[in-house]
Design a protein around this ligand. Structure first.
Ligand SMILES: Cc1cc2nc3c(=O)[nH]c(=O)nc-3n(C[C@H](O)[C@H](O)[C@H](O)COP(=O)(O)OP(=O)(O)OC[C@H]3O[C@@H](n4cnc5c(N)ncnc54)[C@H](O)[C@@H]3O)c2cc1C
Length: 625
């Protein structure tokens, strides 16, 4: 659903130059002098906060209309001030016209929440459509910012909200501030006992809330607003949640994660941020010694004119990687050039802050060699040492590591999963087990129907050229890729051989990699180099998206992924193909959200796009296809 571009709002300060009548509603944010007290009264107080979150593990707020962020900042501040606050605050806000960073800065610069606003600004995302996850206070506060039109965005959110802030305005045809569809959709997202508050006292709003199952109250507003509305979700019949969207391990306090590669480390980090104690089990003697042990690798988004699931998933993942690397303070190369060999520059369309278009001359200047093609430049992309990234995530997770511990089988037990060694002894057991063992875990998955069919194991070899004629100023990807090693050499790669399990470095593969290097560098001769490099394997699904989610519970198959019951306590997170660096951060977050039931960091359509049962469902719909 995230097609199109996001137009930032215009902010109006001090009541000056009010909105022009021609302006789309919501495209102008009024910086009000009373914004903070109003937010405290209408939204925080109106929803019974901070009292309602006290003693809870997690509290979820869903807001329509982020505006200049006052409601978020006031809520975050109230959470910080409260000694008996909930463990985690998740604030989800849907905004069609987000503010420009300079307006955000100006709106809060002189106010009491300037320091919090500063943190928000540091993490402010490029204005691309879809969900953006911003973390604060060590991951205990999350802002999930949904950029796009409220109606489709609300349809795509997967969450249960404890409080709704009905702000902004998405006018209905009859002039009401929100239409009936939008108000009804609140009920679909309401946790038991959820509350609503809004500045509006409109009759239509109250009637629609009542017909959506809310008990509505008329309460005093602030000065200049004699009345406002609050409501509590009290439906006559409790709505049935789709079985496939139920949390997989809502009560687990501990998780065992199979695999100490990028996937396992990212899951450990995200789960530990949700408060779970994590143990990571790996057959090898150290972390990141299988596919994630390459010396360097790229991460970046992708661009696709129709902004389909791949482009949207890759974009969300790349932005999540960029944010996590910054949070971890991990040194890496910033910026990445991807050559465009099919489109002319005039037909390429970038998005400020996410991907820029460069002419061949501009790209060549950045790369330090004539490239002969225009390029996409990803300022937030780059290159990183994947093993260092894996270790940094594991360190930040404080997970217990159980290395040199091969797992031979899985066994379902009452309320838990046990990992068994080759002799049938229990290696570990937990209410939540995450299968993040890359291609090495395939023998374990045979019995878990629908999870691993059609996956391909692909060999890949990287080559190292110690004294390179050309060391690019930023990593360059085209037909092959080149990453400077910081010592006058480059890593270039990589080969692709399906089903080939040969671990030995091959001269022919080096020649392949160096030939592509020479072509990118514009060299007439392929450099001769000593035999140095690394071999690894990629695990690839047919549609080249990862497998992240729950596996099918025994029993009849549902016709939609969202309705398919899952095996409790088991999540798979694998098939990272050639994008493990760029996907890990988002994948880990998603695993944690699926396990504990916190708001999913991806839209429903993308949850289905990475669901491990998608191939089984497609086959069921088209037998023989
Ligand atoms: C040549 C090459 C170049 C690449 N370049 C890039 C790049 O530029 N950018 C990018 O993003 N990605 C790149 N990739 C892909 C990336 O390396 C992978 O997607 C990523 O490493 C996969 O991580 P993982 O954690 O899923 O798997 P792994 O790193 O393989 O980790 C899985 C771990 O699980 C353990 N394990 C498995 N089964 C068991 C068991 N039964 N018992 C105990 N332990 C078990 C393994 O020992 C292993 O440590 C490249 C891959 C190759 C091969």
């Amino acid at each position: 659903m995230a097609r199109g571009t996001i137009t930032p709002a215009r902010a109006v300060f001090d009541g000056a130059d009010g909105p022009s009548p021609a302006q789309e509603p919501g495209a102008v944010h009024q910086a009000r002098a009373d914004a903070l007290p109003r937010a405290r009264h209408v939204f925080v107080g109106g929803n019974g906060l901070p009292g309602r979150w006290q003693g809870r593990e997690r509290f979820v707020v869903l807001e329509t209309g982020f505006g200049l962020g006052s409601n978020f900042l006031v809520t975050w501040d109230a959470w910080r001030q409260d000694p008996v606050r909930c463990g985690r605050l998740v604030f989800v806000s849907v905004e069609k016209h987000p503010p420009r960073p300079e307006d955000l800065a100006r709106a809060h610069a002189a106010g009491p929440l300037a320091a919090l606003a500063g943190q928000l600004l540091e993490r402010w995302p490029p204005l691309t459509p879809g969900l953006h996850t911003l973390s604060f206070d060590g991951g205990r506060v999350t802002l999930l910012l949904g950029l796009g039109d409220a109606r489709p965005m609300l349809r795509e959110l997967v969450l249960q909200a404890d409080a709704f802030y009905l702000d902004g305005c998405v006018p209905a045809a009859d002039g009401a501030p929100w239409d009936a569809y939008l108000l009804k959709s609140l009920a679909r997202h309401a946790a038991p006992g959820a509350t609503v508050s809004t500045w509006s006292a409109a009759r239509s709003v109250r009637d629609e809330l009542a017909s959506a199952g809310f008990e509505v109250l008329q309460v005093p507003g602030l000065a200049g607003m004699p009345e406002m509305t609050t409501a509590r979700f009290a439906p006559r019949h409790r709505p049935q949640r789709p079985a496939g969207r139920e949390p997989l391990a809502p009560r687990a306090l501990r998780a065992v994660i199979l695999g100490a590669g990028l996937a396992g480390a990212a899951c450990a980090l995200a789960l530990s941020r949700e408060g779970l104690a994590c143990t990571v089990v790996d057959a090898l003697p150290g972390p990141a010694q299988a596919s994630s042990g390459n010396p360097a690798g790229l991460f970046h988004g992708t661009v696709n004119p129709d902004d389909g699931p791949h482009a949207r998933f890759n974009r969300a993942a790349a932005l999540a990687t960029q944010r996590l690397l910054a949070e971890l303070g991990l040194p890496h190369q910033h910026g990445l050039l991807r050559l465009e060999t099919r489109l002319a520059l005039e037909r390429m369309q970038g998005t400020a802050g996410y991907v820029e278009t460069l002419s061949a001359a501009q790209a060549s200047a950045l790369a330090g060699t004539p490239l002969g093609h225009p390029a996409w430049f990803y300022p937030g992309g780059g290159a990183v040492d994947p093993a260092a990234y894996t270790r940094a995530m594991l360190d930040a997770s404080a997970a217990e590591l159980r290395l040199a511990t091969p797992v031979a089988a899985l066994r379902e037990e009452a309320g838990a999963w046990a990992l068994l060694d080759a002799a049938g002894g229990v290696v570990d057991r937990a209410a939540l087990v995450v299968l993040a063992g890359g291609h090495g875990q395939l023998p374990l998955l045979g019995g878990l129907e629908g999870s691993v069919d059609s996956l391909v194991v692909q060999r890949g070899q990287l080559s190292h050229l110690p004294d390179a004629t050309w060391c690019p100023g930023v990593p360059v990807a085209g037909d092959g890729y080149v990453i400077a090693d910081g010592r006058g050499g480059v890593w270039c790669g990589a080969t692709t051989q399906d089903g080939d399990l040969d671990p030995a470095l091959r001269v022919a593969d080096h020649t392949d990699n160096l030939t592509r290097y020479a072509r990118l560098a514009g060299l007439s001769q392929v450099p001769q180099a000593p035999l140095a490099g690394r071999v690894g394997w990629r695990l690839i699904a047919p549609d080249r998206l990862p497998l992240i989610g729950g596996l099918a519970a025994p029993g009849p198959r549902a016709e939609q992924l969202r309705l398919q019951p899952r095996r409790p306590g088991l999540v798979i997170c694998t098939a990272f193909a050639s994008r493990g660096i760029g996907w890990a951060a988002l994948a880990g977050r998603l695993v944690a959200a699926l396990a504990v039931g916190s708001p999913r960091p991806l839209e429903a359509e993308l949850l289905d796009a990475v669901d491990p049962l998608r191939f089984a469902l497609r086959r069921q719909r088209r037998p023989g296809a």
